[in-house]
Design a binder for this molecule. Structure first.
Ligand SMILES: N[C@@H](CCC(=O)N[C@@H](CS)C(=O)NCC(=O)O)C(=O)O
Length: 235
C-alpha cells in the first residue's frame, strides 16, 4: 500500500497537465497508465473510482479528484507557499489566476479546441464524432479570436501569464497551445516563444515522458494490459 498520490491516465493533453503539475512540485507519485478509448476507463475497477469514466483522475489522502484543471488547482492549493508554488498569493493575483484558468478551460479548450479535435481529421476524432469541416473552421477561428486576449497579455513582455511566477494557468494554456499546433490551428506570434519557454522547463520534459503511451500498446487493449503501477520520482 502506498501513501503517494496515484494518478490515473496517460497519453492525452489533459493527462499531461496533471503529470506536469506533479513534476513541477517534485512530488513522487504512482501512475496507473490507462488510456482513453482503450476500454480501460470503462472497467468495473475504474468506474467505481470515476463514474464519468474519464482520465485523468488523482487519488490523494483518501480524496478522489477528477477534471484535469481541478487536479492541478488542488495540487497548487495543497502545496501553496512552497518553494515551487504554482498558485499566486494575495486576493487580487489569486482572482486573476482563477480568471485565466476558467477562461482557458472554457473558451480555449471546451468551446474551441475540443470541437476541432472531435470533428477534425488531423490527429482528430472525426471517425468517432463525425467529420464536420465547417464546424472545425469556425471553432479554429473562435480559438484564434479568444487567443488574441492571451496575445495582448503576453505582449507586455511577461514570462508567464501571472508575470514572473509560473502557475497552473501556464500548464493549462501550454497544453492548449500544444493541442492547437498539433491540430494545425495557427497560434498568435507571442505564443510561440512563450510555448518554447514553458516547454523547456525540466518538469515539462519529465512529465512528457511520464505521460507517454506505453510502448506497443494496441488501440484497444485488454483491461489488464497496462494497469500496473509505475512509480514516478521527479528529479
Ligand atoms: N474535462 C475533462 C475531460 C477529460 C476527458 O475528456 N478525458 C478523455 C481523454 S482526453 C477520456 O478520458 N475519455 C474517455 C475514453 O475515451 O475512454 C478533464 O479536463 O479532465
Amino acid at each position: 500500500m502506498t501513501n503517494k498520490p496515484i494518478l490515473w491516465g496517460v497519453g492525452t493533453p489533459r493527462t499531461l497537465r496533471t503529470h506536469w503539475a506533479l513534476h513541477e512540485l517534485e512530488l513522487p507519485y504512482a501512475c496507473r497508465p490507462i488510456l482513453p478509448r482503450s476500454g480501460e476507463t470503462k472497467t468495473a475497477e475504474y468506474t467505481a473510482l470515476n463514474i464519468r469514466q474519464k482520465i485523468p483522475l488523482l487519488q490523494d489522502e483518501g480524496r478522489t479528484i477528477g477534471e484535469s484543471a481541478v487536479i492541478v488547482a488542488y495540487l497548487a492549493q495543497k502545496y501553496r507557499g512552497s518553494k515551487r508554488s504554482l498558485i499566486p498569493e494575495g486576493t487580487d493575483p489569486y482572482t486573476k489566476w482563477l480568471e485565466w484558468c476558467f477562461f482557458i478551460v472554457a473558451e480555449l479548450d471546451s468551446a474551441s479546441l475540443n470541437i476541432v479535435r472531435r470533428h477534425g481529421t488531423k490527429h482528430g476524432l472525426a471517425h468517432i464524432y463525425g467529420y464536420a469541416p465547417e464546424v472545425v473552421e469556425q471553432a479554429s477561428k473562435y480559438f484564434q479570436h479568444q487567443l488574441a486576449f492571451v496575445d495582448v497579455a503576453l505582449k507586455d513582455g511577461r514570462d508567464y501569464l501571472m508575470g514572473d511566477q509560473f502557475t497552473t494557468a501556464d500548464i493549462l494554456l501550454a497544453s492548449c497551445l500544444i493541442g492547437a499546433v498539433d491540430f494545425g490551428v495557427e497560434i498568435c506570434d507571442s505564443a510561440m516563444p512563450y510555448l518554447e519557454r514553458v516547454t523547456s522547463r525540466n518538469a515539462y520534459r519529465s512529465a512528457s515522458k511520464a505521460n507517454c503511451t506505453p510502448v506497443g500498446a494496441p488501440a484497444v487493449r485488454e483491461p489488464s494490459f497496462s494497469t500496473e503501477e509505475r512509480q514516478i520520482d521527479p528529479d
